[in-house]
Structures are given as C-alpha cells and as structure tokens.
Write a protein that binds this ligand. Structure first.
Ligand SMILES: C[S@@+](CC[C@H](N)C(=O)[O-])C[C@H]1O[C@@H](n2cnc3c(N)ncnc32)[C@H](O)[C@@H]1O
Length: 281
C-alpha cells in the first residue's frame, strides 16, 4: 500500500530529528487543509493545499520552529500569536504563570508588572485567570510589543493592561512608574553569551537575540532587576523570576544582596529549579 501524506511528512520530519514528528505532521497537514474536517491520516490534498504543506514543510526542514511557521502557539489556557520578533512561549514558562497565579490568589494581589513581556503569554495568562488584577507589561522591543498588542486585543484584555516600551538598563527606567506593584514577574534573557552558538538552530536562528542573551554569565538582567525591584514593589509584594538551569544559587544571592527575602524555588518535572520567588518585607 502507498504511504499516506501523513506518513510521508512524518518520515521527512524524523530525518531532521524533530522530537514530536507525528504531532508536528498532524499540525502541518491540518494547517494546509481548507476543510479542517478531513481525516488527516488518509487525506488527499488538492493542489493549493499541497503547495501550502510543501512550503511550510520546507521551512520546518530548515529548522524554523513549528509555532513560527504557523504563527501561533498554545500556552497555558490560550493560543497566542507569535512571530520571529518574540520568544516562542515555552512549556517551562507555564510554571512561572502557575506560581504567579497561586501567589496572587493567596495574597489577594491586585497589580502586576511584567519585565520583558514578549508575546504577552505570561502576563496575559495571569490576567485572564484573575479577573480583578491590573497589569503593566514592558519590553524594549517595539516589534515584540506589536505582537503583544495583537494578543492583548484577541484576549479582550485592553482595559486591564498597559504596554510600554522601556529598557530596564536605562538610568531613568524607574521614572516611568507613578505607582508600585503588588507583584513583579519576569522571564528575562538568561543564556550566557558564549553558550548561544551551542543552542539548537530552532532557538538560535529564530528566537530574537534580545530575548536570549543574558550577558557574559547570563545574569546581567537579574542583577539589574534585583537592583530595581525594591523600588518597583510595594512592601509585602512578591517578585517571581524564571531562571536557567544551574542559576538558582547565583540568582538567589543576587536578590538577597538587594534586600529581598527568598521565599521558595519551584522545580520542573525533571527536578530543575525553574522559578524563584522573593518578597519585599
Ligand atoms: C526571554 S524573553 C520572555 C518573553 C515572554 N515573557 C515569555 O516568557 O515568553 C525576554 C523578553 O525581555 C525583553 N528584554 C530583554 N532585555 C530587556 C531590557 N533591557 N529592557 C526591556 N525588555 C528587555 C526581550 O525583548 C524579550 O521580549
């Protein structure tokens, strides 16, 4: 029997080492179909559908990540628009979202600032889940902010969230804010510059460098954010930060040296510490 289109796509994805070839094949075929009701496993494509599938498959074979090809990614409970101007939302980052939601609910927090909002996946997931929270998201990438604005609109959160262009390394950064926040969250760039060339092509060639490069030791943004945090948080407020593998001790020290109390760390399913929680006393 002849191989189905699905089987052929799976085989081509396996050749370049895609870790979930069956899932990706299904999503690529589904995206190409004009009639989404068709059975993906036995489908016959018309010329237009075949052309679209082939174009997208070519991109994937060049290691463009699937979400950047389809320009959307499921994250936490929603689907977000993505582009090459934003970091692809990562499953690990859902830990930051869950921990932020839990902290906000337990302590009745009403305002949240995200430093480095990117696509908006973290901040908007928190706002969607807790309907009385108001948010501010900042990023120094105008292109990322434009993607975030589209997601903000799609999720109907415009009245509860302000997006601003700002660079936390600038001297006048704190002047932007007329209020302090109950919670500050961030998934800042944390890859040491010299490690970037070792990353898989899906990341180093398609995620924006602005979202990855954490400076010589990967800790530049944590140092700056820890310095700023006491002036951004109300007394009793919380700071939650995603960290890279092996960074927990260094990041904890950086925040403690700036007067923040370490509350807890949260690990991913592999046991790697992924999120650190601090409080301003
Ligand atoms: C690792 S990405 C996280 C994006 C998104 N929050 C997420 O978790 O998917 C870091 C984001 O911080 C932004 N960023 C990096 N350095 C910055 C700085 N100095 N000031 C403002 N934004 C910055 C980048 O443009 C990028 O959107």
């Amino acid at each position: 029997m002849k191989d189905s289109i699905y089987q052929k796509v799976v085989a081509r994805l396996i050749k370049i080492g895609v870790s979930s070839p069956r899932l990706e094949a299904r999503l690529l075929i589904e995206d190409a179909l004009t009639n989404k009701e068709k059975n993906i496993f036995s489908v016959v494509l018309n010329d237009e559908e075949q052309k679209k599938l082939e174009e997208n498959l070519e991109k994937r074979l060049l290691h463009m990540p699937l979400d950047k090809i389809l320009q959307k990614k499921d994250f936490y409970k929603d689907t977000f628009i993505v582009s090459e101007d934003v970091l692809s939302p990562r499953p690990d980052t859902e830990i930051l979202v869950e921990e932020s939601i839990q902290t906000a609910k337990i302590h009745g927090l009403k305002s949240v600032l995200e430093l480095g909002v990117g696509s908006g996946c973290v901040l908007f997931s928190i706002l969607k889940e807790i309907t009385y929270i108001q948010g501010v998201g900042i990023d120094y990438s105008i292109k990322a902010l434009s993607v975030a604005r589209q997601n903000l609109q799609n999720l109907n959160l415009e009245t509860r969230c302000l997006l601003m262009e700002a660079d936390w390394f600038k001297d006048d950064f704190l002047k932007l804010f007329s209020q302090k926040f109950d919670m500050v969250v961030s998934n800042p760039p944390y890859i040491p510059t010299s490690d970037i060339s070792e990353l898989e092509p899906e990341v180093k060639n398609y995620d924006p460098m602005l979202a990855l490069d954490g400076g010589k030791d990967g800790l530049d943004s944590y140092k700056r954010i820890a310095f700023l945090l006491p002036n951004l948080l109300k007394s009793g407020g919380f700071g939650l930060f995603e960290i890279g593998q092996g960074q927990a001790l260094s990041v904890r020290k950086i925040f403690e040296q700036n007067g923040l109390k370490f509350v807890r760390s949260v690990s991913d399913l592999a046991g790697i510490e992924r999120v650190l929680v601090f409080q301003k006393l």
